[in-house]
Design a protein around this ligand. Structure first.
Ligand SMILES: [Zn+2]
Length: 82
């Protein structure tokens, strides 16, 4: 869950893990630790027709989530780190 500040609401003020409620570290609006940001736009044939869902998970909760998968996530090496 993200909160923005400023008149234009573009500066990131706070990120909270939707799963555990932990606030993630921010410095000058830039997150300083691992975060997973989910964003789903649901359309026809779904149970949430026309809705957009978004959420954030801290690294610990992301690890727990992918640990519950029947198939592992696809892992590739990144040459440019964020
Ligand atoms: Zn969490």
């Amino acid at each position: 869950m993200r909160q923005y500040m400023g008149s234009d609401k573009r500066t990131l003020e706070k990120i909270v893990c939707n799963q555990c409620g932990q606030e993630l570290k921010l410095e000058n609006g830039i997150v300083q630790e691992g975060v997973f940001s989910g964003d789903a736009r649901w359309g026809y044939f779904s149970g949430w027709d026309g809705e957009r869902h978004s959420f954030d998970l801290c690294e610990k909760c992301y690890r727990r989530l992918i640990g519950s998968f029947r198939l592992p996530v696809t892992v590739e090496e990144e040459t440019e780190l964020l």
